[in-house]
Ligand binder design. Structure first.
Ligand code: UD1
Length: 311
């Protein structure tokens, strides 16, 4: 049976991937230190998987779990731009040292392929949109640097250690199970909770910054495709994992109010340090090499996510 490892499998994207892998007949092992992930996210599939509550910095513990797996999906990270500025040491350790450990354990353990969750934050502010993989990265935050370094390691492990790797630059993923309760929560989980609780959200900056919000199921589909695409085409490479669209935060709050049937003026606060102005994926390479074909428009994803939070 195919054995897949999902690091960060108790997180919101990881737990969706776990479900998709199980549905495709894979055996799934999760490595997650539960720093931001939650076992609740895996509740109804708990008896079909094994969860190892290990930290990715603990090489001696994670290496035997990873050894011999057919696929490793490396999603485990401390995923936040502001957190990487306010508290850089844990995010450095987790996102750089933990990531190195995953690649090292995968190479030594003869894993078939590692699919790495990189980030659109690597682009920083570019003059041209949409953002293409061939652009020179201009990271603006420790988080962006850390995620970019993981891509470089992915490519070097492919070249020097004979490990198949693919990096996917996630573009602001949203959907069910995204945790809205932390100060570092993704903006849509916060906005949706505000709409449902009849509270005004706070927009950092003028709200004209834009994001390519990508529904989690589309990212999960792409992760699976990246695991199966021919190595001669994709190994060692980096692909955008985005929807290809772009909405400002002001437009996003407007749309959400319409869908949720509320009318609440947003509050505005100072812009966040390290924030990228605009983000939008060029999906040409992912379409060509991975067969990427997003199924959900932003509005469709938003409606589904709202329904989930409502329930
Ligand atoms: C960045 C990355 C994304 C990555 C994520 C990990 C970019 C373009 N994207 O997301 O790929 O997965 O880090 O955390 O770099 N905001 C508000 N009010 C709130 C919360 C946020 O206005 O209550 C604003 C932020 O200032 C930002 C936007 O909403 O401008 C999106 O923020 P967030 O959801 O945290 O994601 P990014 O930092 O863009």
């Amino acid at each position: 049976m195919n054995r897949s490892i999902v690091t960060g499998g108790a997180g919101f994207i990881g737990s969706s991937l776990v479900r998709a892998l199980l549905a495709a007949g894979h055996r799934v092992d999760v490595i997650d230190n539960l720093s931001t992930g939650k076992l609740d996210n895996l509740e109804e599939v708990a008896d079909q998987i094994t969860v190892y509550e290990y930290d990715l910095c603990d090489y001696q513990r994670i290496a035997p779990v990873i050894a011999g797996a057919q696929r490793v999906f490396h999603l485990g990270a401390i995923p936040s731009v502001p957190k990487s500025i306010l508290d850089p040491v844990p995010s450095h350790n987790s996102n750089i040292n933990g990531t190195f450990n995953v690649f090292r354990a995968s190479a030594e353990g003869k894993v078939g392929r590692v699919v790495y969750a990189a980030s659109s934050s690597a682009y920083g502010d570019t003059e041209v949109l949409p953002k293409v993989e061939t652009m020179t990265p201009r990271p603006k935050s420790p988080y962006a640097v850390q995620k970019l370094l993981g891509e470089y390691y992915a490519s070097v492990f492919a070249d020097c250690f004979d490990l198949e790797t693919v990096s996917l630059r996630f573009f602001n993923v949203f959907g069910p199970r995204q945790d809205p309760t932390s100060p570092y929560s993704g903006v849509l989980s916060v906005f949706i909770t505000c709409a449902l609780e009849n509270r005004s959200p706070t927009i950092f900056g003028d709200g004209k910054q834009s994001r390519d919000f990508t529904y989690v199921e589309d990212v999960v589909g792409l992760l699976m495709k990246a695991a199966d695409a021919p190595a001669s085409v994709v190994s060692g490479k980096v692909y955008n994992a985005g929807n290809g669209g772009r909405f400002t935060l002001n437009e996003t709050w407007e749309l959400l109010q319409q869908i949720a049937g509320v009318k609440l003026a947003a509050k505005y606060a100072a812009p966040r340090a390290g924030d990228v102005k605009d983000s939008q994926a060029d999906t040409t390479a992912a379409q060509r090499d991975l067969g990427h074909a997003p199924h959900f428009t932003f509005e469709q994803g938003l409606r589904r996510t709202l329904e989930w939070y409502r329930a």
